[in-house]
Design a protein around this ligand. Structure first.
Ligand SMILES: Cc1cc2nc3c(=O)[nH]c(=O)nc-3n(C[C@H](O)[C@H](O)[C@H](O)COP(=O)(O)OP(=O)(O)OC[C@H]3O[C@@H](n4cnc5c(N)ncnc54)[C@H](O)[C@@H]3O)c2cc1C
Length: 259
């Protein structure tokens, strides 16, 4: 059995992000960390792999840098990694990202289960897992807080507005796990040493059969024309209640088209 886990390297959230003034893209330093959200997906994959004698393959798209974030996942226990790093991918949106990840999973072959986070920390569109599932023609189980494998049936507790739904589907499938679903392990010293020699494949988009004009800003059909600072907060309006404050509040809400 083979489990692919999609995980992203991101600039360390503890360090302020900087933007390239010309392209407006986030400057991605050489040192990037494993997205904290994806530590849950990696842990879930490892737990399922341990119980089902499976191989765990990490799949990532983005500037590889010194692979620090990828090595974090390998140190946790993933067996190998595929990192699609290609200058042409700069400016790719969520759908292009999903196409690249789906192509890498397809090329790897024999994947029974794809695990992702629910929403990344830096992009947070929350659509990549469902897009990967659609592209691979697989069922997508989202917002999973508990995941079990019963033979070739995937059973999930899916968080809903009022509690959770029990959802199941046959493998192969894509499941997006929520943060907190499991307790991510800390890499051991042995794991950190072993990660240094685990295989990391670095295909380009062309190696995955994706044309140069289908990736990047052009392939995504988007262009960042400008980036503005968020306006600083204003002092707001203070209403002193002398018995008629409700009227002033209603007027304000009407003006803001809230009511
Ligand atoms: C304007 C813009 C510019 C961009 N520029 C670049 C760029 O220069 N270079 C580049 O490589 N990408 C670039 N991207 C892609 C971007 O970094 C995201 O990976 C992509 O848009 C996915 O969106 P998200 O992070 O909101 O995914 P979400 O849907 O919020 O992520 C959910 C889950 O999907 C999986 N996932 C998402 N993205 C990846 C990934 N990249 N690798 C592995 N797993 C993933 C993870 O499991 C994650 O937890 C750009 C995107 C935009 C919108």
């Amino acid at each position: 059995m083979k489990i692919a886990v999609c995980a992203k390297q991101i600039p360390d959230p503890a360090t302020p992000y900087s933007l390239d003034p010309e392209t407006h893209f986030v400057v991605r330093p050489n040192d990037q960390v494993l997205d904290d959200t994806d530590r849950y997906g990696v842990e879930m994959a490892l737990q399922l792999a341990e119980a089902n004698d499976a191989e765990v393959v990490l799949v990532s798209m983005g500037p590889a840098g010194n692979l620090q974030g990828v090595r974090q996942a390998l140190a946790m226990g993933a067996d190998k990694a595929i990192v699609v790093d290609d200058e042409g991918l700069r400016g790719s949106g969520a759908l292009v990202t999903a196409k690249v990840l789906a192509a890498a999973i397809q090329q790897e072959g024999g994947v029974d289960l794809v695990i992702t986070g629910t929403e990344s920390t830096d992009g947070y569109t929350g659509v990549v897992p469902q897009q990967i599932a659609a592209l691979l023609g697989l069922p997508a189980l989202s917002f999973a807080r508990k995941v079990e494998l019963d033979g070739t049936t995937l059973k999930v507790e899916r968080i809903s507005a009022t509690g959770y739904d029990d959802v199941e589907c046959p493998l192969p499938a894509v499941v997006a796990v929520t943060s907190g679903a499991v307790e991510p392990r800390y890499p051991t010293f042995k794991g950190i040493m072993a990660a240094k020699s685990k295989p990391v494949e670095q295909p380009t988009a062309a190696d995955l059969g994706i044309a140069a004009d289908a990736i990047g800003e052009a392939g995504s059909g988007q262009e960042i024309t400008s980036v503005e600072d968020a306006p600083s907060r204003t002092a707001g309006t203070k209403i002193v209640d002398e018995g008629e404050a409700f009227q002033a509040i209603v007027e304000l809400l009407e003006k803001a088209k809230v009511i």
